[in-house]
Design a protein around this ligand. Structure first.
Ligand code: FES
Ligand code: FES
Length: 203
């Protein structure tokens, strides 16, 4: 099993609840809000570190990968398949940078064992604009210049696209619930909300 490392991440410090400690040298864990599934319901029954040939359906293409069954999907996407648009942030399902879709549902690929993916369809930021919702979201992101440093934005777009695909006219509460687990160190939250609303209008 890979070693879990808790990072002293300023992104996480910025996101702690009011009144909680923000001392920089302590690792922080967040309470996330939202009702969307962030990890697959089924875990591998017998996760193993032995390399195994697994066929993944990523962005509409089959990929045969020879990896340990408990390797996180994020590692497979970035280091084996070469799709580096999905980002590593915290590695512990706390920041949302690694969000991809499994059968259209947003999941945190950093904590999704590749063996749990099975035949589900994986969609990454590289292909999200092939969906109607993803295309609208990306256009709205461009129109409103949402991005600052950009590091979190793959995950933001994936979560927003998943929201729009199931909730074409999201309320503020819908947006809060869907996006609460996606942290932005640059604080682009106001533009993210505006972009989701613009995309919902089909603009
Ligand atoms: S890298 Fe932060 S949630 Fe996956
Ligand atoms: S962390 Fe920089 S744009 Fe979100």
């Amino acid at each position: 099993m890979p070693t879990m490392i808790v990072l002293h991440c300023p992104t996480v410090v910025l996101a702690t609840a009011p009144g909680t400690s923000t001392q920089p040298n302590r690792p922080h864990r967040l309470t996330l809000f939202g009702s969307r599934p962030l990890a697959p319901k089924s875990e591998p029954s017998a996760a193993t570190t032995e390399p195994t040939m697994i066929t993944l359906n990523i962005n509409g293409q089959k990929h045969d990968v020879d990896v340990a069954q408990d390797m996180p999907l994020l590692w497979v996407l970035r280091d084996v398949v070469g799709l580096t648009g999905t980002k590593f942030g915290c590695g512990i399902a706390q920041c949302g940078a690694c969000t991809v879709h499994l059968n259209g549902q947003p999941v945190r690929s950093c904590v999704t064992p590749v063996a749990a993916v099975g035949e589900q369809s994986v969609t990454t930021i590289e292909a999200v604009n092939a969906t109607a919702a993803g295309k609208k979201i990306q256009q709205a992101w461009l129109d409103l210049d949402v991005v600052q440093c950009g590091y979190c934005q793959s995950g933001q777009v994936m979560s927003a696209s998943a929201l729009l695909s199931t909730t074409p006219d999201p309320s503020d509460a819908d947006i809060d619930a869907a996006m609460a687990g996606n942290i932005c160190r640059c604080g682009t939250y106001v533009r993210i909300r505006a972009a989701i609303k613009q995309a919902a209008k089909g603009a």
